[in-house]
Ligand binder design. Structure first.
Ligand code: NAG
Ligand code: NAG
Ligand code: NAG
Ligand code: NAG
Ligand code: NAG
Ligand code: NAG
Ligand code: NAG
Ligand code: NAG
Ligand code: NAG
Ligand code: NAG
Ligand code: NAG
Ligand code: NAG
Length: 654
């Protein structure tokens, strides 16, 4: 015991020379030590302004402070506080500078509360501190430089706060630091090269800040680094290729910066353990090296939105792949064979996302895709040069939730068995050269929320079975050769919320009254068809409409008064129809309108002058021969109330 006390005094005086004179007796020391801790805890309590679970109410005289909630003391060091753990208690307030007086503190865990204000620099007095967890709070100000005095720190987690300023270069002098996480703050400046001195560092995350400059090449000295994430910043410059030699790396993610570079040809050899490789949304050039197939632990392979060229190498050894995303590059040669790498992915039995969209891939879709894993959820290959038909074998991919193949040159019919992909939520085959009619089996897709078939050569009626797709929120069948009447089941699909676009087809008949069931719809477009008759007054029930396009049909009659309730409209186009009657005055009250087109109809009478009609650049009324009045900019003749309606026409033409 005596030896311990001596050792303690030595240590103590070394570490706390600032606070206490070296020559205190051990008795004094005991008293002063635990008194100081108690005072510090009470000072900390005093700055906690909200404590909904009353955890600090136990911090009172009735029990020794070592038994207060969240406090752990060391028995060896005479009841000095070694850990303060108040995590996830919805505490609000600020952290008292007196925290610096808990000089035996090893672990400070305040994460997941709402502490605000600055991190007190007195934290630099905590020379024994090993674990500092302040993540998920509302700390402001900068990271105190003083943190570098806490030279026993192993774990520093400051994520999810509102910290500003630079990462202090002094952090580079913490020899034991293994984990440094400062993600999701508002840090600026460059990543200090001194971080390369953190020889124990295993985890470094600076994700989601405003960091600039290039990634320092000194980081290549961090031989123990397993996790390096610097995504969502404003980093630029060339990626230091030496970092690709950190063979311990499991995660390398620099997504969404402005970083240039190439992927070294021996990547699979230098990073054999890599699990997550994410360089998406940067400016990498060159090819994807074939050695990638030797990085057999890869789970996530995300190269999207770079400037990569060439062919995609064989990946048949990457059995564990879950995400494979190479969208938006310049890969492929627009020729057959570009997609031969897909057959190699059939061994990836956990594959969930296969995203090869927006490249230069040509040729046909290999039938081997039917052997891809049934775990596949997102399969996107839109925006390529693919030709041929859509293989019906695709229905083996029963797990598909999102299938996007728009903007290609696919021909032939939509396979009828597509209705077996019962998990589908999104289906996009727009902008191809498909013919035939929409298979009625699509009605079996009860989870379908978005169906995009626009800009093809599809013909025939819309199958009324589409009305079974009761999750549908957006449906676009525009710019095809569809004909017949609009099925009431489809226009009455109450789930439609975003978009119903049937424009530029050959639909006939009237607008079914069921349109009134679209109470949540934002955009309705039936323009440029051959629809006729009067507008159903039920249209007034579509109160969420922001865009209503009815132009280019044979609609007639007056604008129903019920449309008065469509107050959210921004864009209303009734042009090129046979509407008659007066322009309804209630349109003056459509305050959100930025475009109102009433041109080429048979409206007559006075043009209103209030609201939207005050701004001639927002409205168009040309081609209505019997209008008068309105604001001067419209250059119409004054209305003569005594003249008959025919009279207006006479006045205008003579
Ligand atoms: C401080 O330590 C001394 C000796 O161990 C003890 O008698 C005293 O009660 C302690 N005071 C507090 C506030 O814990
Ligand atoms: C905390 O204490 C206050 C006041 O003593 C009391 O009203 C409240 O119910 C307590 N809350 C909990 C969670 O015990
Ligand atoms: C003091 O703490 C004890 C023990 O946790 C608790 O039972 C008591 O209610 C507290 N007293 C006050 C006045 O909050
Ligand atoms: C954070 O705290 C909330 C309650 O305040 C809790 O529901 C949540 O599980 C906590 N999160 C973690 C990671 O502890
Ligand atoms: C503890 O820390 C505060 C603020 O850093 C200081 O004012 C105080 O004198 C210190 N000492 C004691 C014994 O509370
Ligand atoms: C962060 O804290 C908020 C509020 O206490 C909580 O809702 C959220 O779950 C926390 N997040 C994490 C990752 O713990
Ligand atoms: C920063 O830490 C050092 C070393 O512990 C100490 O001397 C200094 O007083 C601290 N600064 C503040 C503002 O607490
Ligand atoms: C980060 O800082 C910028 C500029 O000072 C500010 O506009 C932004 O709101 C801040 N973001 C957060 C999450 O604090
Ligand atoms: C993969 O590794 C093996 C063994 O080290 C080597 O022979 C082969 O050339 C490598 N493959 C590629 C494509 O680099
Ligand atoms: C699947 O993996 C096996 C074993 O590694 C390999 O022999 C085979 O060639 C792979 N198949 C494909 C299609 O890549
Ligand atoms: C799919 O739809 C067709 C026609 O609409 C129907 O005959 C068939 O039974 C449906 N199949 C399934 C699996 O629901
Ligand atoms: C509207 O057109 C239909 C034929 O499409 C016709 O029967 C009807 O009388 C017209 N109504 C008006 C008000 O012109």
């Amino acid at each position: 015991m005596g030896v311990l006390v001596v050792r303690f005094i030595l240590l103590y005086s070394l570490c706390n020379a600032v606070l206490f004179v070296c020559c205190v007796t051990s008795m004094n020391l005991r008293r002063e030590g635990n008194e100081t801790d108690k005072l510090a805890l009470l000072a900390i309590k005093a700055q906690i302004k909200q404590d909904p679970h009353n955890v600090t109410s136990s911090w009172n005289e009735s029990i020794h402070f070592c038994f207060w909630y969240g406090v752990t003391c060391s028995r060896r060091h005479h009841q000095r506080v070694t850990m303060l753990d108040l995590q996830s208690q919805n505490l609000a307030g600020f952290l008292s500078p007196n925290i610096g007086n808990l000089s035996f503190l090893r672990e400070l865990k305040l994460q997941n509360n709402t502490f605000s204000h600055e991190i007190p620099p007195q934290i630099g007095h905590l020379h024994r501190l090993q674990v500092l967890r302040l993540d998920n709070n509302s700390f402001t100000g900068s990271i105190p430089n003083n943190i570098s005095y806490c030279y026993n720190l192993i774990f520093v987690h400051l994520a999810n706060n509102m910290l500003v300023g630079k990462i202090p270069p002094q952090i580079g002098s913490l020899p034991k630091l293994q984990i440094l996480v400062v993600q999701v703050n508002n840090l600026t400046g460059e990543i200090p090269p001194s971080l390369g001195n953190l020889s124990s560092l295993e985890v470094l995350s600076t994700v989601s800040n405003n960091l600039v400059g290039s990634i320092p090449s000194s980081l290549c000295r961090l031989k123990k680094l397993t996790f390096l994430a610097m995504g969502i910043n404003k980093l630029s410059g060339t990626f230091p290729s030496s970092i690709f030699n950190l063979s311990a790396l499991l995660t390398l993610s620099i997504i969404q910066n402005r970083i240039q570079g190439t992927i070294p040809s021996d990547l699979g050899k230098t990073l054999p353990n890599l699990e997550v490789f994410n360089i998406g949304n940067n400016q990498f050039t060159g090819t994807i090296p074939s050695s990638i197939s030797n990085a057999t632990s890869l789970l996530k392979f995300q190269f999207q939105n770079n400037k990569l060229t060439g062919q995609v190498p064989d990946c048949r050894k990457l059995h564990d792949l879950q995400y494979f995303n190479i969208q938006l590059n310049h890969l492929g040669s627009s020729k057959d064979g570009d997609l031969s790498f897909l057959s190699g992915l059939t061994n990836a039995t956990e594959l969930r996302r296969l995203i090869i969209a927006d490249n230069n891939f040509g040729g046909t879709l290999p039938t081997s895709i039917s052997n891809l894993s049934t775990t596949l959820q997102n399969f996107w290959f839109q925006g390529n040069q693919l030709v041929g038909s859509i293989p019906g074998e695709m229905v083996n991919l029963v797990g598909l939730g999102s299938l996007k193949m728009g903007y290609n040159h696919f021909t032939g019919n939509i396979p009828t068995n597509i209705g077996k992909l019962s998990m589908l939520v999104e289906l996009d085959i727009s902008m191809n050269e498909l013919s035939g009619s929409i298979p009625s089996t699509l009605g079996n897709l009860t989870k379908l929320s978005e169906l995009f078939l626009e800009y093809n050569n599809l013909q025939g009626n819309i199958p009324s079975s589409l009305g079974e797709c009761q999750s549908m929120q957006a449906l676009d069948l525009s710019n095809n050769n569809h004909s017949g009447v609009i099925p009431q089941q489809v226009i009455g699909l109450t789930s439609l919320a975003m978009l119903l676009n049937l424009s530029s087809n050959h639909f006939t008949g009237s607008l079914p009254t069921e349109v009134g069931m679209l109470k949540n719809l934002g955009e309705l477009d039936v323009s440029d068809n051959m629809l006729s008759g009067e507008l159903p007054s039920s249209l007034g029930s579509c109160v969420r409409l922001e865009v209503l396009h009815l132009q280019g049909n044979f609609f007639n009659g007056t604008i129903p008064l019920s449309m008065n309730s469509l107050r959210g409209i921004r864009d209303l186009d009734l042009s090129r129809n046979n509407f008659s009657g007066e322009i309804p005055k209630f349109l003056e009250g459509f305050v959100l309108v930025t475009s109102l087109n009433l041109s080429f109809n048979e409206f007559w009478g006075a043009v209103p002058t209030g609201g939207v009609f005050k701004n001639a650049s927002v409205i168009s009324i040309v081609g209505n021969t019997r209008l008068c009045g309105g604001i001067a900019d419209l250059q119409l003749l004054k209305c003569n109330s005594r003249k008959s309606h025919r009279g207006y026409r006479w006045v205008l033409f003579n």
